[in-house]
Ligand binder design. Sequence first.
Ligand code: PEP
Ligand code: MG
Length: 587
Amino acid sequence: MACEGNRTVFAGKAVSGGIAVGRIRFLRSRESGAPRVTVEDTEAEIARFEQAKESVKRELSGLYEKALAELGEAGAAIFEVHRMLLDDLNFVEAVTERIEREKLNAEAAVATTRDQFCGMFEAMDNAYMRARAADVKDIGSQVIAKLEETAGRQTAHGSGRTEVTERSAGEQAVCDDEKNSAIETAEESVGESPVCADSEPVILVADELSPSEAVRLDRKRVLAIVTRRGSVNSHTAILVRAMGLPALTGVEFGEGIALDGRMGIVDGYEGLFLSDPDEKTLEEYRARQERARERAKRLEELKDQETVTKGGRRIRLCANIGGTEDADTALADGAEGIGLFRSEFLYLGADDLPTEEEQFEAYRAVAEKMAGREVIIRTLDLGSDKNLRCLQLPHEENPALGCRGIRLCLERTELFRTQLRAILRAAYYGNVAVMYPMIISVDEVRRAKALVEETRAELDEEGIPYGEVRQGIMVETPAAVWLSRELAREVDFFSIGTNDLTQYMLAVDRQDPRADAFGDPHHPAVLGAVRAVVENAHQEGIWAGICGELAADTTLTEEFLRMGADELSVVPAHILAVRAAVRACPL
Ligand code: PEP
Ligand code: MG
């Protein structure tokens, strides 16, 4: 950090290029509104929560009867909804888990969970679901009030609760789930900020952002993202890059709340974050922003141009997407196909497992939008930092080396079969391929293919239309590199995932910001692996592309072309820059 006059300059790691100038909004965990107390007897605390919940439910039943008599069914329905929400297993489990894991008093556990659920509801697309946020707020507050009432009574009679420490709001431990409340704060901050009365977009500053939080941000209301913690190859970073927003991580910005509402600048090229810039600096950055816009405009001229080198060598330039809307951006940016559809991104914020129908609709929408261009749907790559709450994956000491990707799908075959059905059905409406992540053996590929066969037979039997899909794998583990010749005989294509390949080849945790320095994706071992995989693929007559973040590194474009890569797949925001790099290649 450097102070120059009023302005403060913080350095960080660039996650995504670009320049943003605007007001800063700090995302903090919403204050619970209930004091946080550490409890020793967590069982007793859970019992208090259960009692308060049941008591509120009884009151709601009474209110339902009263409203039914006075207002009729329509007027009473809301109390039934509230009662059902109180029985929601996810809510109840989240509260009890907090009490158990954090030794938190029930009031604070309910308040934090309430805020988290409100945030999730408010961020949903569906207006009906958004409106449920107010209901959650309401019932959560009723349970807290009930708990406070009983706490008062118990204190009067000796509660038996051991209050060990009182933590101030500023010292609140931030656990994974708790951060979700930041989304609501984000939504609130961005939408209703007193500073941004016109809902002008803001520079979001946060301690940390999870992939599910990032996926729910409204990109139209965000100018740039700055986080204190995070690594440049995490899935959060990938999502943020896909949004095309300037972003930094690893920025030690001090007390975040002190920055709230101030003017800020994010320089995603130089990895700088400035607060309180003086007029001269603002002017300088606005001018740079303008130049960047002009550059982007010039690149737009390449939108409908071919991805071909000066010497006439072609390479397919595709987009990495995480949702149906991204397909529009991909097309607008001139993508020649979808090289990687991270299907799990569709559901990161969801509370329930996606149904076959929901998945089918999403895949079909993308296949139709892409109108004949190939869409490669990667099967669920869950586990590690990507979790579905509803899956309740067991805790793993080392999740990056745990049951993620294809391992989870082959373990939870019901999950996998549902997705395969949806993919095959969507293939009827477009040019669809399926790709398996985290492969380490021929056996895994064969098992996945056998399940595809069974799914086809099932759909045949049911008379449901489906299309043919080509099947490929992500080459993103050293084992897959080593076995690439054998694997190539099993599949139609390879797509090299350099993010995980770098992680696993160099033994560098992509989630660990301290390890960023060791995770050089230009390491000769990584580039050598890419070359070997492409060669082996060609020897066996299949194509090989690159869909990790390295594919967008224009300093390597020529090298990838020399290696013979057949496809590069990058976030839509990088397509035109890569096309320019290919077109500038002398090859
Ligand atoms: C990769 O590992 O390079 C990749 C593209 O997959 P993900 O980043 O989703 O793990
Ligand atoms: Mg990967």
